[in-house]
Design a protein around this ligand. Structure first.
Ligand SMILES: Cc1ncc(COP(=O)(O)O)c(C=O)c1O
Length: 420
């Protein structure tokens, strides 16, 4: 990774110091936040390019400002790469991030006051899926489906029952903290039964879908939103994929309804990332993300951890710490001191408060990018176990911190992420 920021250092040493510190932090810790990753130097270069200087409101070859001969070609290329990668009929690559993309998709398909049926936040959904503090529940009538109390998995009979009861105009599938494969065909069947649109937010799993290790929602959904920076390993941004018949209303929901000029430097980063994601080495990365999560889950189970749903099919693991009489925040804090960075998370049917949840969420994407394998994943499980046994034990924590640094030093973050 880049170690020096010579231009910033000369002009603004304060910010340069912060950048260097964060770069070092990312090198020296085990990053298990399920929504994070390391992008390639090529993606970083694109996002730091002079394209940030250009305004280009509108769409390729239909712009409001002049000087678009490069931007038009670039955005068209990015759209074509997105469509090819996911087999989509139409792609809009302008959304600034995942939350605006979701609001824009709602805007395209709904009128204020229409009903949306999405996954409840404490059960794994995202804020923008209709949770009470999100604008998505202010402008639309939000009904939330839970996961099954016994299995902690989606229960399609419950989703169907709720859909029949509330007659949503749009059903939303997708999650931020659900460790299992989502049955998009079953969601589509229910959406058809009640005459609703099906929207899928595949932000977390987009990289796994691109790599072919998770079923794709694209053939089933009317509209698919995704961030580009999680498992997909691109720049901070988002896109909306849809059937051709909805292209016009999706495009106008993004611009001019909800956004101004697209972030062209991000568009360039997406183009680079989509080319990387179409490579064989990305497919191998996708397989390894899933294998690594499975190895981590297996070792955690052996150590007596209670995993929500008993394991994982994707990149994500949710540990319910209640059987160990522990809470998520103090454990995540102790882990961070030891150099292992994750987030505390509510667990389904949470008994604690939202700010004091009972779980932690772990993800395997970033560590897989830096080359961790099964051995390191099992090591992480054992470190987690030691920390949980003695979260305040300074000697244990500083010993683990040293071990973490040694492992990180043997897996430097690679600048180039494709070899084919
Ligand atoms: C499923 C899902 N959708 C949307 C988002 C929002 O993305 P952003 O943070 O880019 O707004 C997230 C963020 O974590 C997410 O998990």
């Amino acid at each position: 990774m880049q170690k020096e920021y010579p231009f910033i250092a000369k002009q603004d040493p304060e910010v340069a110091e912060l950048l260097k510190k964060e770069t070092l932090r990312q090198e020296n810790v085990v990053r298990l936040i399920a929504s994070e990753n390391y992008v390639s130097k090529a993606v970083l270069e694109a996002t730091g390019s002079p394209l940030t200087n250009k305004y280009s409101e509108g769409y390729p070859y239909r712009r409001y400002y002049k000087g678009q001969e490069v931007i038009d070609v670039l955005e068209s290329l990015t759209i074509e790469r997105a469509k090819a990668l996911f087999g989509a009929e139409h792609a809009n690559v302008q959304p600034y991030s995942g939350s605006p993309a979701n609001m824009e998709a709602y805007y395209a398909f709904l009128e204020p006051g229409d009903t949306i049926l999405g996954m409840s936040l404490p059960h794994g959904g995202h804020l923008t899926h209709g949770w009470k503090v999100s604008a998505s529940s202010r402008f639309y009538k939000s009904v939330q489906y839970p996961i099954d109390e016994k299995t902690n998995r989606l229960n399609m009979a419950t989703v169907r029952e709720l859909a029949k009861e509330c007659k949503p105009k749009l059903i939303l599938a997708g999650a931020s903290a659900y460790p299992r494969i989502i049955d998009f065909a079953a969601f589509k069947e229910i959406a058809d039964e009640v005459g609703a649109y099906l929207m899928v937010d595949m932000a977390h799993i987009a990289g796994l879908v691109a790599a072919g290790v998770h079923p794709s929602p694209v053939p089933y959904a009317d509209v698919v939103t995704t961030t580009t920076h999680k498992t997909l390993r691109g720049p901070r941004g988002a896109m909306i994929l849809c059937k051709e018949q909805y292209a016009k209303k999706v495009d106008s929901a993004v611009f001019p309804a909800n956004q101004g000029g697209p972030h062209n430097h991000t568009t360039a980063g997406m183009a680079v990332a989509f080319k990387e994601a179409a490579s064989d080495s990305f497919k191998a990365y996708g397989r390894k993300v899933v294998e690594n999560a499975a190895a981590l889950a297996d070792e955690l189970l052996k150590l007596g951890f209670n995993l929500v749903t008993g394991g994982t099919d994707n990149h994500l693991i949710l540990i319910d710490l209640r059987n160990k009489n522990l809470k998520g925040n103090p454990i995540a804090t102790a882990m961070e001191k030891a150099g292992i960075v994750c987030n505390s998370n509510t667990v389904p049917y949470e008994t604690g408060k939202a700010m004091d949840p009972s779980g932690i969420r772990l993800g395997s994407a970033a560590v897989t990018t830096r080359g961790f394998g099964e051995k390191e994943m099992r090591l992480i499980a054992n470190w987690t176990n030691e920390i949980c046994k003695d979260p305040e034990g300074e000697a244990t924590i500083s010993r683990i911190r040293k071990e973490v640094e040694e492992v990180c030093a043997s897996f430097p973050v690679p600048d180039t992420l494709v070899s084919d």
